[in-house]
Each structure stands twice: as C-alpha cells, then as structure tokens.
Design a protein around this ligand. Structure first.
Ligand SMILES: Cc1cc2nc3c(=O)[nH]c(=O)nc-3n(C[C@H](O)[C@H](O)[C@H](O)COP(=O)(O)OP(=O)(O)OC[C@H]3O[C@@H](n4cnc5c(N)ncnc54)[C@H](O)[C@@H]3O)c2cc1C
Length: 454
C-alpha cells in the first residue's frame, strides 16, 4: 500500500467494516470478465448513501487518489479495472429500490440495485426495466456502460431509460440532473450525456428510471438456415416488414455446437435466429407468426420451432443466456476476446460475412443482437501466447476497421474500457478532442477511472 493511503480517515467517514485493504477483497476488485490484466486497488469501500460517496471522493481529491466505481464487475472490456490503483467504490450496499411510481412508469433506485432484482420487484406491478444484458449487472454499471442487450431492438438502450440522476462529481460536489417529465427540451441532456461515460466524469448514486408495461403475450421463434446469408437477410426482411420484434438474435453454427456440447442439447447446428414478439392478443401473435414463417421460408429456412406463451419464451432465452458460459466451458484455460461492432442494418450481412472470413483460422463464435446491427465475435485463445494473440488482435482490428468503413462503431454496448481505446481516434476524429476537453474540465486531476476511454 502506498503512503498516500492512511486508511484511518476513510474509516472515520464510513466504518471499519466498510473499508478494506484485505488481500482477497482487493483481488476480487482487480478484474472484470475480460482477458485484460488484473490490477489491484489499494482499498475498497462500501458506502450506503450519496453523502458517504461524496465524503470518500472529497478525501480522494485531497490525497490525489484515483477513484473507480464498481457495480458487479461483469464488464467485458476492462471498464472497472482500477489500472492506477486507488479506491474502488463498491455499490453493493447501495442496493435499495427507493420508490416505484407505477402510475408514472418510474422507479427511483440506488446505483447498486441489480437490474434483474428490480425486474422481479416490478413484475407484480405489470412493469419492467427493458435493457437486458443478461449478466447480474447493476443499474450503476449499466449506466456506466450504456448497456443494452437482447431487447434493445424494440426498447432501446439504458440511456433511453435514465430520466434523472444523482451523481457525485470529482471534488465531491453532488448534482441532481434531469426530471420526472417524460420529455424535456430544457438545456443539455446531462443524464444521457453521463450515460456511457464509464465512471470517468461522475459517479452515479441514484437514478430515476423510466419503465415499460409488461406485454400480455409472447411468441418465441427459433429458425435455422442453410447459410449465414439466409439468416442475416431474414433479419433485414423482418425489420423492413413492419413487424416489431422484441428481440432478434443471430447465432452461427459454432455457437449452436458449443451449446449442444456443453449443455447436452440436440439443436440443429446451422446458422440460427432467435426471435421474440410480444403483443396483446394470442390471435394477433398467431397472425404475425404466419408472416414471420413466410419470411423465414422465403430465405430458405430449414426448420422453425415456435410457440406462444411465457414458457416458450423462457425456453428460447434459456439457450441464449448461456452462450457466453457455454463457449467458455468448451475452452477451459483460454481467455475470451469479444468484439462488439455495430453497423447500419443494411450492412449487417456483409459485416457478418467479413467477420466470419476474418476469423476462419481462430476458435471463433459469431452471435449478437442482429436486429440492432450488433455483432459479437467471441474468440477464445491464450493471451500469453504472443504469436496467437497478435493474430486475434489483428482480426479484431480488421473487423473494427470494416465496421467503421460501414459508418458503424467499435462498440455497440460493452463500452470502451481498456480494449477499445485504440479505436477511439479512428472512430471519433476531431470530436475525440472535445471529449478530452470535457473530461479535463470536469476531472482536471484525472482521478475518476483513469486509463479508460482515452
Ligand atoms: C455473460 C455476459 C453477457 C453480457 N451481455 C451483455 C449484453 O448483452 N449487453 C450489454 O450491454 N452488456 C453485456 N455484458 C456486459 C456487462 O454485463 C454490462 O456492461 C453491464 O452494464 C456491467 O454492469 P456491472 O454492474 O457489472 O458494472 P461494472 O462492470 O462493475 O462497471 C461498468 C462500468 O461502469 C462504471 N460504474 C459502475 N458503477 C457506477 C456508478 N455507480 N456510477 C458511475 N459509473 C459506474 C465502472 O467504473 C465501469 O466503468 C455481458 C457480460 C457478461 C459477463
């Protein structure tokens, strides 16, 4: 521990139990779910209120100590790794749902609430918070990364649900920004601006979230295709048809193979689309199903497995939500590099075909939120084997370059963290300079999550 870290003052702000420099605690807060190298913080704290967060940040400012916010550590790009040490603020004790205002479709929550727990609590009100990254993410971490997931094609990303934030700025000032109105033209939209800033500009302590009504009925469809092009063309046709899928996921044959191997399933190992539609009446969904089937068959679909109701829906997503773990378990000892490009829908088929070819010699799995034009290329390899890992990184560079050529982005939802820093200049050009100036204005000592984004 370095000498700027006399913890007694911190212990007087919180208490002994909520300040720790224990080896295992530091270890747990040194890495996320990515392959990026672990880096130990000097100390971890667990505040319970905005005021405590502010006092900790004031302390950090006085001692010039870096501060990194920590939700659940499920990021995939090294986003919460404290690369310069310092304090990690763990939000697991700020996990209160403060208020649910069902009549306004809103909830006030502390930043450490796990979104799945929020959704469990909201179900009895017939409401839900739609962004759905699958992992056990916190609201603070989802705001940090502007997370989205399988339902974004219909409902949008986290930024579309953040109405109001309470946040602590570098130096310790507390701001409350945004309102409870469903629309506003009043000044800069700071809640949206802070969403996706990965804890580099402010630390969120509370949020007012917009909620959506739970649909009454669901239809789940799994369609397989002889070629990747058949599947990706179907994505485009369905999106153009006026149908409004609540989810539209693509899996290549390698992903289906990994799921079969790991989970003892017997799914056809072909390019596959998983789709969910929701609506008011079963009759309406049956009509949509006929239309969806027609489009799939028109693109050569080999088999269509479909059903109506919550159980069918759960059966579909049971498969998809295990993808990451199944791929990992098929390659024990190797690490994942997960690319996360997103492109305009008209270029999705080309993007997938290009990526497939680019990783043909690697242990690679292609899947993603196809309805958003978002593609994950998940490669398993050994970062210690320099030659092999350089090949993985080369593929990643080429795939991002192609996505940018298509006027897309290097990251649709995982954030920049450490892994995407090298693409920021290429993607943002001049506006990266403005981003750096904003960072310098808000955090002149670069204490908030240093070493990320830039
Ligand atoms: C199996 C798996 C599947 C995934 N699928 C998806 C997916 O489909 N879509 C998707 O978007 N993501 C996905 N992710 C990535 C990840 O779950 C999300 O990025 C999630 O938002 C991270 O939340 P967290 O609570 O774990 O945050 P952390 O990883 O702890 O932190 C994320 C970032 O936010 C910052 N942060 C944390 N709390 C705060 C706060 N209170 N105030 C300000 N900044 C804060 C951190 O410093 C860090 O920069 C997946 C991850 C896994 C492991």
């Amino acid at each position: 521990m370095n000498d700027r870290m006399d913890l007694s003052e911190l212990k007087s702000i919180l208490d002994n139990r909520r300040v720790s420099a224990g080896e295992s605690v530091l270890g747990l807060h040194s890495h996320d779910e990515s392959f990026h190298a672990a880096s130990l913080p000097d100390v971890v704290v667990w505040p319970r209120t905005t005021e405590e967060v502010s006092l900790v940040i004031q302390w950090a400012g006085r001692h010039r100590v870096p501060v990194t916010a920590w939700g659940a550590g499920t990021s995939l790009e090294g986003n919460p790794i404290p690369v310069r040490g310092g304090i990690v603020i763990d939000f697991s004790e700020m996990n209160q749902i403060i208020a649910v205002r069902a009549e306004d479709f809103q909830a006030d929550v502390q930043a450490g609430v796990i979104y799945k727990e929020l959704n469990r609590a909201l179900a009895c009100e017939g409401l839900f918070f739609p962004p759905d990254p699958g992992a056990a993410a916190t609201i603070g971490g989802m705001i940090g990364n502007n997370a989205s997931g399988i339902r974004s094609v219909r409902y949008g990303a986290t930024k579309d649900y953040v109405m109001r934030l309470t946040a602590v700025l570098p130096g310790g000032d507390v701001i409350r920004t945004g309102s409870r109105a469903r629309k506003s033209s009043s000044g800069y939209n700071l809640p949206a601006f802070f969403t996706g800033s990965e804890g580099t500009l402010c630390i969120v302590t509370e949020a007012t979230l917009k909620l959506a009504g739970l649909p009454a009925n669901f239809m789940a469809v799994r369609a397989t295709f002889p070629t990747i092009l058949g599947a990706t063309t179907t994505v485009h046709h369905i999106m153009r048809s006026g149908l409004a899928p609540a989810a539209m996921e693509f899996l290549d044959a390698n992903v289906v193979h990994a799921l079969n191997q790991d989970r003892g399933l017997t799914l056809e190992e072909n390019p596959t689309l998983l789709m969910e539609f929701s609506g008011f009446s079963e009759q309406g969904l049956r009509e949509e199903m006929t239309f969806v089937e027609e489009i799939c068959r028109g693109n050569g679909s080999l088999a269509i497995d479909k059903g109506i109701g919550s159980e069918e829906r759960a059966r579909l997503w049971e498969i998809r939500h295990q993808t990451y773990e199944s791929i990992k378990r098929c390659h024990t000892g190797l690490s994942p590099l997960i690319m996360d490009v997103a492109v305009p829908l008209s270029r999705y088929s080309e993007m997938v075909a290009f990526s497939k070819n680019e990783v043909r010699d690697l242990k690679a799995y292609l899947f993603g939120h196809a309805g958003d034009g978002n593609l994950h290329v998940h490669v398993m390899d050994d970062p210690q084997d320099r030659k092999r890992w350089m090949r993985v990184e080369e593929a990643s560079r080429n795939i991002v370059a192609k996505a940018l050529e298509f006027e897309g982005t290097c990251t649709g939802e995982h954030g920049v963290g450490i892994g995407k820093i090298r693409f920021m200049n290429q993607e943002h050009g001049e506006s990266l300079i403005l981003m750096k100036r904003i960072k310098g204005l808000l955090d002149p000592d670069h204490l908030f999550n240093p070493g990320k984004l830039f």
